[in-house]
Design a protein around this ligand. Structure first.
Ligand code: B12
Ligand code: SF4
Length: 548
């Protein structure tokens, strides 16, 4: 069976400006397929290679795949739908499969808009995809699909979603196939080395209301440090990777294990540098271990310092304080790491003053880098349940952290964007000088490399999608470019909610049939498959249990 995996050609000009990034779902899902005996797999990275649709059509037609897999985060969803439409046009018999965070929750909407998608994989992809492809290979997928956990599809015009597949019990059973990626093209600009995005832990034991990742993985798990470092060794020795970013939401929560991971890296002395996203509280907790982390090659820590005001922190249920943020940044810097702070902008209470405050807070905290991300109301986040009635912009292609989706009460969206761009300009103008005087030569080189990435992508207007900003003398005009047909009036929002309740996100993974086709209102389905979700609790001993 010929399998093609496609990363859709979507760009937004945020985090991707630091280089060309390999999509990790490909080695992880592709590796599981290979392990199960599906060896004829080809990957097309239409994103990194900026492959236009007509060229993609030619590539697909030439390969004649039997099955095509495409991913979709929220802003990529339309391009992912288009990608699979092209597949059906050029290879009508090929089965089209979509996975990733957006279709996992929004399968009803996706299948309604893109009925050419044969299957949606809901949640963690490895085991479900193998089960589905086995059925496709045997020719039994249509007859047996109601028994395959974790998928959604259209049947006689109706959306059918099976209950969730259990989370993968042991992450050490994952078999990522790094050979599927063409490593020459994945370069991290700051260090000019090959970059990888391996996955050590999945899930998050916290419950920030604007985020949906903690729900996506459903249970916090991490692999064994030794097994994980085996993968890093392959990446470094075989594929010449010089830098990696952990794909994890929360890699540090299990401190003894994280220390073991660092010790393993130190022992193997692979000469690789790496970065993580983590929580401020973990950095404060690990103050004494930070030298060890740095010795293990951890050079870049991005902190979820999301909101600049305590009010916002409380709204986000982030459970941290402004003082803690400042202290964590200091600690990282004292230990020779690059400290990156994140702000979330554009909430309903944003004003020109609060935007200005974030700039001054950035100066006060003195992080090496700052990102001002636009608040993005994922339609499957808890916060959306409150805000949904006021989210008129439903053009998901702009749900990308660089576009103000919400209109604050006291400002226009364009003003928010201008304010944020002004903060970036002022902050990095200062840093341009400062970076040259950083004492640690490695950190200096790294930061100047970051500056290069900023400069390059500002010039070619990829950074923050600057194409939208037109300077006319002293006047700046911004064209946000929303698809007008996807901007709803309050009446349309109310009508949609009432007449199409099924379009709501299915965040509980319950699906709408039981595994064997029995009705969903009995506790355990006839074949014994549970209808409810597995317990939401930390698997590992020192992980706090979920607060929902
Ligand atoms: C690495 C990363 C990136 C890299 C992307 C590398 C790449 N080429 O894909 C970079 C830095 C470029 C990036 C950019 C952006 N990112 Co990003 N990124 C991540 C991060 C940190 C890890 C993703 C990852 O690799 N996970 C590990 C893999 C194994 O998991 P996975 O991709 O989810 O895949 C699993 C399942 O989803 C499923 N699956 C996924 N796809 C498919 C497809 C099929 C067919 C199947 C069967 C299964 C399947 O199976 C996989 C294995 O279980 C996540 C946050 C996180 N911790 O997950 C954010 C995240 C994915 N990013 C996000 C966003 C919004 C963006 C940007 C829009 C932000 C911006 N403006 O910069 C851009 C978009 C870039 C683009 N052009 O599309 C959001 C998406 C949220 C959402 N609701 O959609 C996330 C979740 C972060 C967040 N805070 O919410 N990102
Ligand atoms: S700490 Fe909060 S924002 Fe980060 S992954 Fe966990 S729930 Fe999401």
């Amino acid at each position: 069976m010929r399998i093609m995996m496609i990363q859709p050609n979507y760009h937004s000009g945020g985090a991707e400006i630091a280089g060309n990034w390999p999509p990790s779902w490909v080695p992880y899902v592709g590796g599981a397929l290979k392990q199960a005996g599906f060896t004829d797999i080809r990957f097309v990275d239409a994103m990194t290679d900026y492959i236009p649709d007509d060229v993609l059509a030619e590539i697909i037609a030439k390969y004649q795949p039997d099955v095509v897999l495409a991913t979709a985060i929220t802003p990529m969803i339309y391009q992912s739908q288009i990608t699979l439409k092209i597949v059906k046009e050029v290879c009508p018999n090929a089965k089209t499969i979509m996975g990733g965070v957006h279709p996992t929750y929004m399968y009803t909407e996706v299948l309604g808009e893109a009925p050419w998608v044969d299957y949606i994989i809901r949640g963690e992809g490895e085991e479900i995809t193998v089960n589905l492809l086995r059925a496709i290979a045997n020719g039994t997928d249509v007859s047996d699909r109601r028994n395959i956990l974790g998928i959604a599809f259209l049947e006689d015009g109706q959306v059918v979603a099976t209950p969730a597949h259990p989370p993968i019990a042991d992450l050490d059973t994952l078999t990522p196939d790094w050979d599927l990626l063409d490593w020459e093209k994945y370069i991290y600009t700051p260090l000019n080395v090959r970059v990888a995005v391996p996955n050590y832990a999945r899930g998050c034991p916290f419950t920030c209301r604007f985020c949906s990742q903690w729900k996506f993985w459903r249970k916090y798990r991490s692999g064994s440090p030794k097994r994980f470092v085996d993968e890093i060794e392959i990446l470094v020795k075989k594929h010449k990777v010089g830098f990696f970013i952990l794909a994890d939401e929360e890699p540090t929560i299990n401190k003894p294990k994280f220390i073991a991971l660092c010790n393993e890296l130190i022992e193997r002395n692979l000469g690789v540098y790496w970065g993580i996203n983590t929580r401020v509280t973990d950095i404060l907790r690990d103050e004494n271990e930070l030298p060890l982390y740095r010795k293990a090659g951890l050079v870049h820590v991005s902190l979820g310092t999301e909101a600049a005001a305590q009010l916002k922190l409380n709204l986000f249920r982030k459970e941290t304080t402004i003082e803690q943020n400042k202290r964590a940044i200091q600690l990282l810097k004292q230990n020779g790491m690059v400290a990156e702070a994140q702000f979330i902008m554009g909430l309903e209470n944003e004003t020109p003053d609060t935007i200005e405050q974030t700039y001054h807070m950035a100066l006060d905290w003195k992080p090496d880098m700052v990102n001002w991300n636009m608040f993005t109301p994922w339609p499957f986040s808890e916060l959306f349940q409150e805000l949904g009635d006021r989210v008129e912009v439903r053009d998901y292609s702009q749900y990308n952290f660089v576009t103000p989706i919400m209109k604050p009460n006291a400002m226009e969206r364009e003003e928010v964007l201008k304010g944020v761009l002004r903060n970036y300009a002022r902050f990095y103008m200062r840093k341009t000088l400062e970076y040259w005087f950083v004492k640690d030569p490695f950190k200096r080189k790294y930061l100047l490399g970051c500056l290069k990435a900023f400069a390059q992508t500002t010039l070619n207007k990829r950074f923050y999608n600057l194409k939208r900003v037109k300077y006319k003398g002293l006047h700046t005009e911004i064209e946000l470019g929303f698809d007008e047909s996807k901007i709803l009036t309050p009446e349309q929002i109310a009508e949609r909610k009432q007449q199409h309740p099924e379009l709501k996100a299915d965040v509980d993974f319950t699906g709408n049939i039981s595994a064997c086709g029995a009705p969903n209102d009995i506790e355990v389905s006839a074949c014994g498959a549970p209808n409810d979700l597995p317990e939401y609790q930390g698997e590992e001993q020192d992980v706090p249990s979920m607060k929902i």
